[in-house]
Design a protein around this ligand. Structure first.
Ligand SMILES: C[S@@+](CC[C@H](N)C(=O)[O-])C[C@H]1O[C@@H](n2cnc3c(N)ncnc32)[C@H](O)[C@@H]1O
Length: 225
């Protein structure tokens, strides 16, 4: 897993950033502070964040879900793209990482838009479903433990409305999914997950080769039974 878009030569990547990135100063500061963390490569790339913000704006999203907050880059960029009444329901297990996120949300003036749930995300998603929040979300971003991707996806698919979008991170897994020699469990899990989505008639999809690979899955209206 790396932060910058896979497979692009450095000079092209630098050009892409110099000619298209409009990263607000607060996000640039967060990126630099996160660089001091041992697991800083978990953070999404800024060009991926900008794409997600554009999608959220394009959809006129008001209510979004995030699975995997870390130091808060993706939740902050999405919250900034939402209207004042917008909400991000954010899930993580780490008080330590999300303390950094909370500080930046405050500084950016979007803390009121973000409901952070510190608990295993599967429990939080099940609770949202039990609370009658199915089909109330416009957008969901999945970026946490890979072994649970399928469970997060199935729940997100119930939580987003028809026409809602689910974005799933790291689906190219540094290219390991495409290398048949690589047979570790996490790679096999992501490979099987990608295969499942390719055949899933409940969505239309695009695997966008940005950063570490971002699948966009648009929920289709379900045929009435
Ligand atoms: C790749 S990072 C998320 C990066 C983040 N989206 C960003 O923009 O910087 C993954 C996060 O998932 C969290 N996580 C891992 N297992 C989890 C679980 N079972 N439930 C909720 N969060 C989990 C980790 O604590 C970590 O902060």
């Amino acid at each position: 897993m790396g932060k910058q878009t896979l497979g692009l030569e450095q000079y092209i990547y630098d050009y892409l950033q110099s000619i298209s990135l409009r990263e607000p100063e607060i996000l640039r500061q967060l990126r630099h502070e996160t660089d001091q963390q041992p697991l800083s490569q978990m953070q999404i790339s800024p060009e991926q964040g900008q794409l997600m913000a554009l999608l959220v704006q394009l959809m006129g999203a008001k209510k979004t879900l995030e699975v995997g907050v870390f130091t808060g880059y993706s939740s902050l960029i999405v919250a900034l793209a939402l209207p004042p009444s917008g909400k991000v329901v954010a899930c993580d297990v780490s008080e330590e990482y999300t303390a950094i996120a909370r500080r930046y949300w405050q500084q950016a003036g979007v803390a009121d838009k973000i409901d952070l749930h510190i608990a295993p995300a599967m429990d939080t998603l099940d609770r949202l479903l039990a609370n009658g929040e199915a089909e109330t979300f416009d957008f969901a971003f999945i970026d946490a433990d890979k072994s649970s991707y399928d469970g997060y996806y199935e729940r997100a698919l119930q939580l987003v409305r028809p026409g809602g979008l689910i974005a799933i991170d790291n689906v190219l897994w540094s290219g390991r999914v495409a290398d048949r020699e690589v047979q570790d469990n996490r790679t096999k899990t992501i490979r099987a997950f990608n295969q499942k989505l390719h055949q899933d008639s409940r969505i239309t999809l695009s695997l966008v080769p940005i950063a570490d690979g971002l699948t966009l899955a648009l929920k289709l209206p379900q045929p009435s039974s």
